[in-house]
Design a protein around this ligand. Structure first.
Ligand SMILES: [Zn+2]
Length: 243
């Protein structure tokens, strides 16, 4: 077995060459500054990479990832990223994106405890235990896991909204929108799960996460939204009138 990773370095050369051949100024622009409009808080899962699933180039999305996309109010890593993104890069959107079939969430639902990972996942485990009768009534293990993946995202959006970083941005009138999305590995599509939050007022009137456990919302993919829009009734201004 090779001790070096020349095959990866070779791929890097090929990638840089391809980029330059498509756009000779690409790296000069990248080196000058980054002006991303989005902060992505996602799972470390190797199959869910922000730039790829969003179809964005380097420089367009600022990224933080950890196991199960958890936002701990004591985690200096995520808080530093959030502060830098909001206060210096002035991103306009924070996307908390989890994914179905998340191994981190699967672990949070397991009875086995004791690894460092279990400390990390404790808020998810606690929510599961609190509402165990609701989750355990879901007929299959996979459906239960996917529901927990969804509710975790909703919980993490609320946690981002509760940080003083976001509160201060909203208080000074900075445009900042929080989104909860979920990604499906089987079709490569993102679904809009919510909540959407753009102000302190919206955050303060949001139903609690316990309420959301009891009243789930259906995630909507871009494809489904386009289909719904296509078949929606035309606005009244476009409706033919009988003269
Ligand atoms: Zn995951």
């Amino acid at each position: 077995m090779s001790r070096t990773l020349d095959h990866l370095l070779d791929r890097n050369v090929a990638w840089a060459h391809h980029k330059t051949s498509e756009d000779p100024d690409f790296f000069r622009r990248m080196a000058e500054q980054q002006t991303p409009r989005y902060l992505w808080v996602g799972c470390s899962d190797s199959r869910v990479t922000a730039n790829d699933v969003l179809g964005l180039d380097p420089g367009e999305v600022f990224v933080h990832r950890n196991i199960a996309n958890v936002v701990h109010s004591s985690d200096m890593n995520v808080l530093s990223v959030l502060e830098f993104a909001v206060e210096y890069l002035k991103v306009q959107h924070v996307i908390i994106c989890g994914h179905y079939g998340c191994s981190g969430i699967r672990r949070a639902l397991a009875d086995e405890r004791g690894a460092m990972l279990d400390h990390w996942l404790q808020p998810i485990s606690m929510l599961y235990r609190k509402h165990r009768s609701v989750f355990d009534a879901i007929p299959t293990e996979e459906a239960r896991l996917d529901r927990m993946c969804e509710i975790n995202i909703e919980m993490q959006v609320r946690r981002v909204a509760a940080t003083p970083i976001v509160e201060n941005a909203w208080a000074r009138g900075q445009p900042l929108h929080l989104h909860g999305w979920i990604y499906a590995l089987h079709d490569g599509l993102l679904r809009d799960l919510g909540p959407h939050l753009s102000s302190l007022e919206e955050r303060d009137t949001l139903p609690s996460i316990d309420h959301r456990v009891l009243h789930p919302a259906e995630p909507v993919s871009a494809l489904r939204r386009h289909a719904l829009d296509a078949f929606a009734a035309p606005p009244s201004c476009c409706t033919p009138t009988t003269a």
